[in-house]
Write a protein that binds this ligand. Structure first.
Ligand code: HEM
Ligand SMILES: *[C@@H]1O[C@H](CO)[C@@H](O)[C@H](O)[C@H]1NC(C)=O
Length: 498
């Protein structure tokens, strides 16, 4: 059979013409009038560039590089501009701007904010320290033999278990038991219908599954779709069917945990030390109608937002302090003079200058969230950094880039130098502490900031009080794969009892 090759020229030409037409129309259409801004070529007429930088796991780095190449205001998609000037940050994170996420922040904040105060965070620290004691016990029994010297392992899986147990304890009043079992396996109901799950706290059928796996599968659905306009959703749902199902499994898991929590009688809610208990107490006190389904939605966000970020911040702190032995010695000297034993009293460590400088420097250099959180310009439009922008334009200032501004942080912004936060005598340096945007800023900033900082202080203090930490390969970079959160994929360390 002879292939009718010549016949393909017609369709091929058709495709080329259609594509060129599409590109030209998209380029000329430009509803927000941002064609004049420089940026990567394909971003001028398509979402290809932002999708590509997103799924390669290098978004913050690539946008940072694009700013270095094209300038302080760049177009990163047909409807979005990125600003590298830190002075723009407070402007677009002010009350005027709305977020692109569909959740009703106002409502959520009103109910949840009082459950995330600095005092609540402080009261939670004894639980963090008992989880740390458990983790350190595990490390010592698993790895540390009687002989002196370092033992070597990848800390990422362990810190993952710690972060899940810790958020489980905070939300439901008890850890998931992951450090104890050395595994992130949880049970999920076989039937994923939420009303069904909520009705039957005890006798639903279950099967075991890895929580880390479910959470990351869910993100493989949410993240790429978050980069695209809404009309892509039905297509995404078809292509990423398994990933979308992971989201349902995760919801059923959280709903089931909540049902279990609600079925245990807590005689005095006013003494409840978990988020669910405090929430119930508060809605009872204010005679608010309590709808378990809406609480499930909040808990899903809190469980994910509160574990992945803290987990990666702690891994980064271990990495940088292992790499910078000098900073580690200084931290240990400070801990030795303020902690009487390995049991942590939070008041002893809360304000330690060196500990806080190490923590701030980790959050600056690593920044678990690195992207410019997208905000929408209010109607009818306004001028930002000298540029007139139409209402509806999406804008963002990448946190990663703000945290690397030499103007803000002085010399060597790419290096881990906790001393930039300190003066010679340990007092605070002339840095603008407001410039640290790891938790973002403004009305939609992170609600878990106090909790995260308190936990991280306890975790870092517990580890470095007990161990000397080194990197297995001292020169190795920290391998990061970025989704919404920048995640460390592996971090092999050596521990030696001090
Ligand atoms: C080092 C740790 C953490 C970092 C770096 C971090 C960072 C952030 C950032 C940058 C945002 C976005 C704010 C915005 O859109 O303007 C955010 C939102 C949020 N964070 Fe955190 N966070 C951390 C820990 C936590 C913890 C421990 C919790 C709770 C237990 C938490 C709960 C939340 C919630 C509920 C939101 C709002 C999400 C939404 O409205 O969709 N975060 N966080
Ligand atoms: C760490 O950063 C915060 C701002 O996020 C600041 O208030 C605090 O003083 C800093 N700590 C040190 C030791 O510089």
């Amino acid at each position: 059979m002879v292939l009718p090759v010549f016949n393909l020229w017609g369709p091929a030409a058709g495709v080329v013409v259609t594509c060129s037409f599409y590109v030209l129309v998209s380029y000329l259409y430009d509803p927000y009038g941002i064609r004049k801004y420089p940026g990567p070529f394909s971003a001028k007429f398509s979402y290809a560039w932002i999708l590509w930088v997103g799924i390669t796991g290098r978004r913050s780095q690539r946008i940072h590089d694009a700013h270095n190449k094209y300038g302080p205001i760049i177009r990163i998609s047909p409807c979005e501009l990125s600003f590298s000037d830190p002075a723009v940050y407070p402007v677009i994170h002010s009350n005027l701007f709305t977020t692109l996420s569909k959740t009703d922040h106002g409502q959520k904040r009103r109910l949840l904010h009082p459950l995330f105060t600095a005092q609540v965070a402080r009261e939670f620290t004894p639980r963090t320290s008992s989880l740390m004691a458990q983790l350190i016990d595990k490390w010592e029994s698993h790895y540390i033999s009687s002989e002196a010297g370092f033992i070597w392992f990848d800390c990422v899986p362990w810190i993952t278990l710690l972060a899940f147990d810790s958020i489980g304890e905070f939300i439901f009043g008890e850890p998931f038991g992951m450090i104890e079992s050395g595994s992130d396996s949880v049970t999920v109901p076989t039937d994923l219908q939420l009303p069904f799950v909520m009705d039957k706290a005890t006798d639903v059928e279950h099967y075991p599954i890895s929580l880390a796996h479910i959470v990351s599968m869910r993100e493989r659905y949410n993240y790429p779709l978050g980069l695209l306009p809404k009309w892509w959703r039905p297509i995404g749902l078809r292509v990423l069917r398994k990933e979308a199902q992971a989201a349902e499994i995760f919801s059923a898991f959280v709903a089931h945990r909540l049902a279990e929590r609600l079925s245990t009688t807590v005689p005095q809610l006013e003494n409840a030390h978990d988020l669910v208990g405090r929430f119930l107490h508060k809605s009872q006190a204010q005679s608010e109608e309590f709808r378990p389904e809406s609480l499930v939605a909040e808990l899903i966000t809190i469980l994910v937002a509160g574990s992945d970020t803290t987990r990666n911040a702690l891994i980064a702190a271990l990495y940088y302090l292992a790499q910078s032995q000098n900073a580690q010695r200084n931290l240990q000297a400070e801990l030795d003079s303020h902690m009487t034993s390995c049991t942590i009293s939070y008041t002893d460590i809360e304000v330690l200058p060196c500990l806080n400088a190490c923590l701030n420097e980790t959050l600056r250099l690593y920044s678990p969230v690195g992207i410019g959180l997208p905000r929408t310009v209010p109607h009818p439009g306004m001028s930002i950094s000298g540029a007139w922008l139409a209402g509806g334009t999406t804008v963002g200032v990448p946190i990663y880039t703000v945290h690397r501004s030499a103007a803000l942080w002085g010399g060597h912004p790419e290096e881990f130098r906790p001393e930039r936060w300190l003066q010679g005598d340990g007092a605070q340096a002339g840095l603008d502490a407001d410039a640290l945007k790891a938790f973002s800023d403004g009305p939609m900033r992170c609600i878990g900031k106090h909790l995260a900082l308190a936990q991280l202080r306890v975790m870092i203090a517990a580890i470095f009080k007990r161990f000397d930490v080194v990197l297995e390969v001292p020169e190795s970079p920290l391998h990061i794969e970025e989704w919404f959160v920048r995640k460390a994929t592996e971090c092999r360390i050596g521990l030696r009892r001090r």
